[in-house]
Write a protein that binds this ligand. Structure first.
Ligand SMILES: [Zn+2]
Length: 365
């Protein structure tokens, strides 16, 4: 059994106060969807022995008035996380539930339904625990002592209080309350596989079918298997496109893939999709005299996903793209679509994370 820190309340409150001082203006706009994704620093396949560390740490002193979570909502026992923020270059210590609230505020539109928000809250909590050193995770590689960082492209996005006020505007109290409820009603719950917290990756839109983790991150995790994600077509980020003049496309791609030797007049013959994953995402392409991965092409052109088709003609090349993000794990727009059809957060989680259990922290290995 994991030892949990006592006296969470003063700690969580204190961490938040300190947080607000240090993170002022430090965060960007609402998270890039699928941010946990880039995070996909999957644990090394040869995992180190899981080491249990007592989570008792000294609570910093600060005013208790500043926590976004009312004291009665804070658990009596709760893991503490060390969260690194690159802007001030400091690592904050805060309670798990506070962390979930701030990450939720940054990762999912607050306009989403309560059950979608709850599913996202549990996913964030699970991912945080998976990374947490105290639960056997590797922590965040950006700082020696951190469990997570606030970089949406590395661990998960995080909105401090000031950022939430800026994003929520006049509806701040109402929107914060909606997020608080999503955290409170799932307090301490975590997706677990074989008794351990899962790497609960998520993304904005899968384009209709999520992706196997092995196709994106070269590690097959049974709970990150491809599933259908119906209803996304009615939500944001489902379809997008990028059109480039042939000259511009050749120039950009030759710069990104040296040796490709693309010629603007011959793109149709020179660019060919070679293979796709089971869910339809481009794995490799021929770019003139080079081969490239779909991921590399996506990065080079800023496409929303690797699930794209090509159209040539009229002196242009057009990329028609489905979905937004890496496509692994929970689809946020899919979760919202499920919530609209009456699914609860448990059904949403059990759909996107196949074979997991939803357990309270006390039941984790
Ligand atoms: Zn990180």
């Amino acid at each position: 059994m994991i030892k949990l820190a006592k006296g969470l309340i003063p700690l969580g409150l204190a961490a938040l106060a300190l947080w607000m001082l240090l993170l002022r203006g430090a965060f960007g706009a609402a998270a890039a969807p699928g941010s946990a994704a880039a995070a996909a620093t999957l644990r090394a396949s040869a995992q180190p022995e899981r080491v249990r560390v007592a989570l008792d740490r000294a609570a910093p002193t600060a005013s208790p008035e500043s926590s976004p979570l009312p004291p009665e909502e804070a658990a009596e026992t709760e893991p503490l996380l060390r969260v690194y923020d690159a802007a001030p270059g400091k690592t904050m210590e805060m309670g798990l539930e506070d962390y979930v609230l701030h990450a939720l505020a940054a990762e999912m539109p607050v306009s989403y339904g309560p059950e979608a928000l709850k599913a996202q809250a549990v996913a964030i909590r699970s991912y945080a625990l998976w990374k947490s050193r105290a639960f056997g995770g590797g922590g965040c590689s950006k700082a020696a002592d951190a469990d997570l960082c606030t970089d949406s492209k590395h661990c998960a996005a995080f909105a401090g209080d000031e950022k939430m006020r800026e994003n929520f505007g006049a509806a701040y109290e109402e929107r914060l309350e909606k997020l608080r409820l999503a955290v409170k009603e799932t307090k301490g719950l975590c997706c677990a596989y074989l008794g351990e917290p899962i790497q609960a990756l998520f993304h904005s839109s899968s384009g209709g079918q999520t992706e196997d983790s092995a196709a994106v991150f070269a590690q097959a995790l049974p709970y990150l298997s491809s599933v259908k994600s119906p209803g996304e077509e009615l939500e944001r980020d489902f379809r997008s496109s990028l059109t480039l003049k042939d000259e511009e496309a050749a120039k950009k791609l030759n710069a990104a893939f040296p040796g490709a030797k693309l010629e603007s007049a011959k793109l149709k013959e020179q660019i060919e999709i070679l293979d796709r994953s089971g869910s339809g995402r481009v794995l490799t392409l021929r770019l003139g005299e080079k081969r490239a991965t779909g991921k590399a092409l996506r990065a080079a052109l800023g496409l929303k996903s690797t699930n794209f088709t090509l159209e040539f003609g009229g002196g242009e090349i057009r990329f028609n793209v489905l979905g937004f993000g890496h496509g692994v794990g929970l689809s946020q727009t899919g979760a919202e679509a499920m919530a609209k059809t009456g699914a609860d957060y448990r059904q949403i989680l059990l759909h996107y994370y196949q074979g997991v259990e939803i357990l309270p922290l006390s039941n984790l290995e």
